[in-house]
Every structure is written in structure tokens, then in C-alpha cells.
Design a protein around this ligand. Structure first.
Ligand code: AMP
Length: 459
């Protein structure tokens, strides 16, 4: 009963599902797709990993009329990272529908190129509320033909203060449209938004079966403020420290902690909201391609990141409130493997721990950490290193070209080459650390796609 083939989907969409290897619907898809395809408004409680993107993606692509060159579907996301992920997923689902034009419009990116690409109406826009609102106000984006509006991770959009922008956007687009609202949590504010922007929505909640929930082991460790960094470094020295996310409450601490970890021999990078988009992208690429072991971030910066499956999450500072704590620990725990979430807590921060304990309804698992005597600097370097090529999609550079250059003339083995990420004007390739210098030298001496591009190594 839960096969996609039971749904009245366009053959092109069924073909994409087949290519993607999706045969059975996830619970969220099975419940939300029938009412969405029938044109109803839907409010669905769905987490990352539930298959929600494909759910609303199929609904909006099914409603799309490609021959009508108008904006027909608008997806609002809290962060650029999420908007990029959603765009990628939608492109895959739309792969068999010719001529679909999809644009990603996010804040933090220059306006000029966005205006240029809006010279002709796209069919689908995925973006962050502030920037989409700006384009609608300027008249560079026309909302009169919108048939489907998606609010993805609506709770996070409200957390980030996008409530007014969303209301304004709704006031600027076609009056009659279908609104699909996805949210991991249902606080009162979400109900209020739903009441404002939806009509008789079908509400969907999917209980995640306990055995399907990733197992998370928590540890709370009391430390004096002066020993926090020693404790953190010790915790990160183990196997799980090979891919860990560290939370700090304040931006300035994010930098300080990342620098100190770096000084102590870890491949650590900082991520916070003050960073230029380009630097953020670079940090995320390096963390995902394993040339950085430890990402130190604020909660805001970590929102919407597609890095759910980490073996270790450490709160360098205990979260101010239980909800934030829950979001943080949810970043660990992989299918079949227990994730570890460690919270450092100074004696003065005990009241925050008490709040978390009350919210969790169970005693906190306090552990003691015996600090090892300081040793000399030990290196805990990431297994890969990143090379940056100053060329990208605009130069028609594709991952295959980079792989070809490295395995061809440069003589590397494909197994030593990691993730390749191609952006508009830059491309990143991860190389096994021991071979990175050689790869850099060879790439500089040789050609990629018959051309010479500037290449450099990071760190
Ligand atoms: P999401 O909750 O949208 O972030 O999706 C979580 C992951 O599940 C994504 O990697 C999707 O590619 C994948 N996915 C979505 N729907 C299905 C499906 N019906 N069968 C298998 N995988 C799926």
C-alpha cells in the first residue's frame, strides 16, 4: 500500500523515483502525499531524515505546468544550506521533466546575479524569507502565479525571526494557492502561523518508532571553567573526535576554542553567523570531506546543516534552554550506531542542567572526567586535505574533470581522492593527507580540462 506506484504521479516523477531507488514511501510521505496531491493544505510534523523534502517536492512538481513560464512554486527555508539541499533534491526529482527552471534565492549572496537570473521567470524558487521578500517587493520576482507555497522547517524560520517576512510574502503572492507547512515541532507560534496562512489543513504527525530513533548516549561532566579546554581536548582525542561538532554559546568563544584546538594539534574550524557566505561554504565543505575533524559552532550557525550523523557532539557551554540542548544532541546518533552527546557544565551552570533534567523527565547521567596530565602537543589531524581550484561551474568544470586530471596526468589512485564539490567559481577536492602535496604539485604542473587553473591547498 505504501509503494509510490499507488499514487497518481506523472510518469516522469515515477521515473525519477526509480532512478533514486525510492520504491516505498516513508511514513511522512505515505500520509502527506495523498492530501497534498488532492490539492489540500497540509501541516506536517516531520524531522530531517523523514523524507519530507521528497514529499513536498513531489507535490509541487506534480502541480507544475512547465509550458507556463511563470513562478508556480515557492519553497521557503530557514538557511541557505537547507535551501541548497532542497534545491538539489528537487532537481533530482525533476530530472525527467524537461525545461524546469529552478532558482535558489538566499540572503548573504550578491543581489546582482540574482536579478540577472530573474530576467525570465523561473518555475520554482527555493529561498530564505528575507531575500525572497526583497525580490517580491522590488518586483524582480512575480508571485501572482504561485500555486504551491512550502514552509520548510517552519519552527526554525520563526526562531530566526522570519515570521513577519513570511506574512508579508503570503500577502504578495497569488491569493489562491496551496500551503504546505513542515515543522519538526508544533509550538503555539506554528499553530498561529498555520491559522493565518492555511485553509482547513490536513494535520499529519508521524510517531517515529522508538527502535528507529537513533540511539544517543548522553554524558554530563562537571568542570571548572579553567579546565574546560583541557577536558574538551581530552574528549576529542578519542576515536569519536575524528568527526565531532562542538557547540559554544557565544561567537567569540567559537573562534577562541577553534584556535586553541588548532594550536593543540586538532584539525578544527570555526563556524558562526558573522562569517562571509563563501567562508561558511568552505568550512562546511572541509568538515564534510573529512579534512577538518572538529567543527566549532554556535547554535544559529549549525541550524539547517546537513550533518546529522556525527559520532560525537560536545557542548563546550551547556545550552541556555532545554530545546537548544535537544537540537544539539539530535546531531549525533547514526543508524545502528550509538551517538555520544557530552555536555560540559561548570558549577555555576548547574541551574541550566536542572532545567534540562526537568524537561527530559529523567536524572541526568553525570560522569567524572579524570584530566590526564598535560603532554606535549600530539597531532590529531584529519585524514584528508582540501585543494581549492579557482574555477567552477561557470567554467564548465565538473567533478569528473577534476577526477580525470588527478587520476590521469597526476597519477593518483581514485581511492586517494575524496569528495569533490563544485561551486559557481570554485571547486574543492579532498585528497588523502599524505598525498595532498603531490597532488597539488601535479595539478599545478598539468592541466584540468586542457586549461591551467590556479590551485592551492587549504591549511
Ligand atoms: P529529508 O527528510 O527530506 O531530509 O530526507 C532524508 C533522506 O531520505 C534523503 O537523503 C532522501 O534522499 C531520502 N529519502 C526520501 N524519501 C525516500 C524514500 N521514499 N525511500 C528512500 N529514501 C528516501
Amino acid at each position: 500500500m505504501t509503494a509510490f506506484a499507488t499514487l497518481p504521479l506523472k510518469p516522469a516523477l515515477l521515473a525519477s523515483l526509480e532512478t533514486l531507488g525510492y520504491t516505498e514511501m516513508t511514513p511522512v510521505q505515505a500520509q502527506s502525499l495523498p492530501p497534498m496531491l488532492a490539492g489540500r493544505d497540509v501541516i506536517a510534523q516531520a524531522q530531517t531524515g523523514s523524507g519530507k523534502t521528497a514529499a513536498f517536492g513531489l507535490a509541487l512538481l506534480q502541480a507544475l505546468q512547465v509550458e507556463t513560464i511563470r513562478l508556480q512554486a515557492l519553497v521557503l527555508c530557514p538557511t541557505r544550506e537547507l535551501a541548497d539541499q532542497v534545491s538539489k533534491a528537487l532537481r533530482k526529482l525533476a530530472a525527467n521533466i524537461p525545461n524546469v527552471k529552478l532558482l535558489t534565492l538566499c540572503g548573504g549572496m550578491p543581489l546582482g546575479p540574482q536579478l540577472a537570473s530573474l530576467a525570465h521567470d523561473p518555475h520554482i524558487v527555493v529561498g530564505t524569507p528575507g531575500r525572497v521578500q526583497e525580490h517580491l517587493k522590488r518586483g524582480s520576482l512575480h508571485g501572482g502565479g504561485i500555486r504551491v507555497l512550502v514552509l520548510d522547517e517552519a519552527d526554525r524560520m520563526l526562531d530566526m525571526g522570519f515570521s513577519e517576512a513570511i506574512d508579508d510574502i503570503v500577502g504578495r503572492i497569488a491569493k489562491h494557492h496551496q500551503t504546505l507547512l513542515f515543522s519538526a515541532t508544533y509550538p503555539d507560534e506554528i499553530r498561529a502561523v498555520s491559522q493565518r496562512v492555511q485553509q482547513e489543513p490536513v494535520a499529519i504527525t508521524v510517531e517515529v518508532p522508538t527502535e528507529a530513533k537513533p540511539a544517543i548516549e548522553q554524558q554530563f561532566i562537571e568542570v571548572e571553567p579553567a579546565h574546560k579546554l583541557d577536558a574538551l581536548a581530552q574528549l576529542l582525542s578519542g576515536e569519536r573526535g575524528q568527526h565531532a561538532l562542538v557547540f559554544c554559546n557565544m561567537r567569540k568563544d567559537v573562534d577562541a576554542v577553534a584556535q586553541e584546538l588548532d594550536r593543540r594539534g586538532f584539525s578544527a574550524l570555526a563556524l558562526h553567523g558573522d562569517m562571509e557566505q563563501r567562508d561558511r561554504d568552505e568550512v562546511l565543505v572541509r568538515f564534510a570531506n573529512r579534512s577538518c575533524n572538529v567543527l566549532v559552532a554556535t547554535d544559529v550557525a549549525a541550524r539547517g546543516l546537513d550533518i546529522a550523523a556525527l559520532p560525537l557532539v560536545v557542548s563546550h557551554d551547556i545550552a541556555h534552554d532545554p530545546d537548544t540542548h535537544t537540537h544539539r544532541i539530535g546531531r549525533t546518533g547514526r543508524a545502528g550506531e550509538t551517538g555520544l552527546a557530552i555536555t560540559l557544565c561548570t558549577p555555576r551552570e548547574r541551574p541550566k542542567a536542572a532545567n534540562i533534567e526537568e524537561a527530559q523527565g529523567a536524572p541526568l547521567p553525570w560522569c567524572t572526567l579524570k584530566l590526564a596530565p598535560p603532554r606535549g602537543k600530539t597531532l590529531h589531524l584529519a585524514p584528508m586535505r582540501t585543494l581549492v581550484i579557482d574555477a567552477g561551474r561557470q567554467d564548465k568544470l565538473r567533478p569528473g574533470d577534476i577526477l580525470g586530471a588527478l587520476t590521469g596526468d597526476a597519477g593518483l589512485d581514485a581511492k586517494d581522492i575524496g569528495k569533490i564539490d563544485v561551486f559557481a567559481t570554485r571547486a574543492y577536492v579532498a585528497i588523502g593527507r599524505a598525498l595532498a602535496a603531490k597532488a597539488l604539485e601535479r595539478l599545478r604542473a598539468g592541466r584540468i580540462k586542457g586549461r591551467n587553473f590556479r590551485v592551492r591547498a587549504l591549511d
